[in-house]
Design a protein around this ligand. Structure first.
Ligand SMILES: C[S@@+](CC[C@H](N)C(=O)[O-])C[C@H]1O[C@@H](n2cnc3c(N)ncnc32)[C@H](O)[C@@H]1O
Length: 485
């Protein structure tokens, strides 16, 4: 594999060629970039025309998977190392065997090195140790992580190393079961100037006895039949959802106090057991606070079709046999549907952890990492002893709006809805008194005073109103509608 010094040379070559996010945007334009996002190279090829300058050559080589004349790469100081390590092949005409893409986030800008994305409708079975590039799932995971600076973080199943470009962390450990993934992750991290320890091994084996402030993972959660050919990026050697279960149950042992585990996952929905009960069995023993959102529920047919297509099996003679044996496997394992969603744990060290499950197929406001962080931070305030809860001044989240629904021209609305235009986009119906109290929460006056004032305005007993509104107000705090002033 490329040495650190050679990765440095490659980085210099990429910069010198203008093969950066800005360089690509200027050179190719929005239409071609949108085409590449759809895995179509046609518009980008047309934008380059017959150009053979260093930037055009870099785009052809690393992004469009096209051959480039070696004569056009004479200025590349890394070329001999790239050839020696097989990252490019060919003499007079050179081809890349991997893809290198400029990639940026709020935190850093760099490059991602991975196996080549199939372009232009090309189908074919990927190699078993295929290393996926930046995928929609990678982006989703990066958005789930509560923002902030972390001390120690673990990127479990790093693949091409993409999560590292999204983390703000003092000390990063990245692991993978696939040695090729680690080779390519080393290149991504080196090109992007991100220091990290890179370790080979399954799940938490490479970090035995270590603890982290953050563990982020998009593990191989596809539940294919044991014995079927496997792609290491998407399916482990575990049966059903046991790999995800071990990520969750084992994760708690590797969290530092106050640490967060964020997992993008699939789980089996088994006959006779609601999905949340099954996941609660995994989560309760960890002693962590948890928030789990089931974003989608797929029937076995939908699920299997997605992953057969992903494996390049559509239209092949194997397709139907694999489909049937997968269905048989699900039936024998009692898997009647598959949940897809987000799992987050925080090691808060509480005697009575807050564990919450939501079926949440609704649109969210990305990035939702902040909302996960806010959920965990709100557990303590939402549980304050009543006197303390009432003595505090609360304020509405700046993104909260009130919607009124009623007949046109009617004096009073039939429904009042408090809606989050942020985070998970939750909404809750409120009666006039609750909405008035929430509306008055401006971070100045104690809640108890506001309840008394609203009781006076509505001419109701203040004690009765307090008893009525405190439970829903606690839920509004827990769900991020109200914040401590
Ligand atoms: C879906 S990919 C995620 C890659 C990357 N983290 C991302 O967000 O795009 C899953 C990764 O987990 C790795 N993996 C598979 N089995 C593993 C295991 N038992 N322990 C650790 N990593 C594993 C795969 O090689 C692959 O790189």
């Amino acid at each position: 594999m490329l040495s650190t010094a050679d990765i440095g040379l490659l980085r210099d070559d990429l910069v010198a060629a203008g093969y950066t996010i800005d360089g690509l945007t200027d050179r190719l334009g929005g239409t071609a970039l949108a085409g590449l996002a759809r895995n179509s190279s046609v518009a980008a090829s047309r934008a380059l025309g017959g150009d053979r300058d260093p930037q055009a050559s870099a785009i052809r080589l690393w992004l469009l998977q096209q051959p480039v004349a070696a004569d056009d790469l004479t200025s590349w100081t890394s070329l001999s190392a790239l050839r020696a390590t097989g990252l490019v092949v060919g003499d007079a005409e050179v081809r890349a065997t991997v893809e290198i893409k400029p990639h940026g986030s709020d935190r850093s800008e760099g490059w991602i090195c991975s196996d080549a994305t199939p372009l232009d409708g090309r189908v074919g079975k990927p190699r078993e140790d295929f290393v996926l590039g930046a995928s929609p799932a990678s982006t989703t995971l990066s958005q789930l992580v509560p923002p902030g600076r972390y001390g120690r973080a673990l990127d479990l199943g790093t693949g091409c190393g993409i999560q590292a470009l999204h983390l703000d962390v003092a000390q990063l450990v990245v692991t993978d079961l696939n040695p090729r993934a680690l080779d390519l992750a080393r290149i991504s991290l080196g090109l992007s100037g991100i220091p990290a320890e890179v370790r080979l091994g399954s799940l938490y084996e490479p970090v035995a006895g270590e603890r982290f402030d953050l563990i982020a993972t998009n593990p191989p959660y596809v539940m294919s039949p044991p014995g079927d050919a496997r792609l290491v990026y998407r399916e482990g050697s575990f049966t059903a959802d046991n790999l995800v279960r071990q990520v969750v149950t084992g994760g708690a042992d590797h969290l530092a106090d106050g640490g967060t585990l964020t997992v993008l996952a699939n789980w089996a929905v088994t006959t006779g057991q609601p999905w949340d009960e099954r996941l609660a069995e995994w989560i309760r023993p960890t002693g962590c606070d948890a928030l789990v959102l089931q974003r989608e529920l797929l029937d076995p047919y939908e699920y299997i079709e997605i992953w057969l297509t992903d494996a390049g099996l559509s239209g092949t003679p194997e397709y139907l046999d694999r489909y049937r044996s997968w269905l048989d496997y699900f039936e024998s394992a009692g898997i009647e549907a598959v949940g897809m969603g987000w799992i987050a744990l925080r090691k808060a060290g509480r005697e009575h952890p807050s564990i919450r499950f939501d079926d949440w197929p609704h649109a969210v406001h990305q990035p939702v990492g902040q909302a996960f962080g806010d959920f965990f931070d709100a557990v303590g305030p939402s549980r304050l002893a009543e006197a303390d809860f009432l003595a505090r001044a609360w304020q509405t989240h700046p993104g909260l709006v009130q919607e009124t629904i009623g007949d046109p021209g009617a004096a009073d609305p039939q429904h009042l809805v408090l809606r989050q235009q942020y985070g998970f986009g939750r909404a809750v119906e409120a009666d006039t008194a609750l909405a008035a109290i929430v509306g008055a929460c401006d971070g100045d006056l104690p809640l108890g005073v506001l309840i008394g004032a609203v009781a006076g305005l509505l001419d109701v007993d203040a004690g009765a109103l307090r008893d009525e509104v405190v439970p829903p107000l606690r839920r509004l705090v827990a769900d991020g509608y109200l914040l401590l002033g």
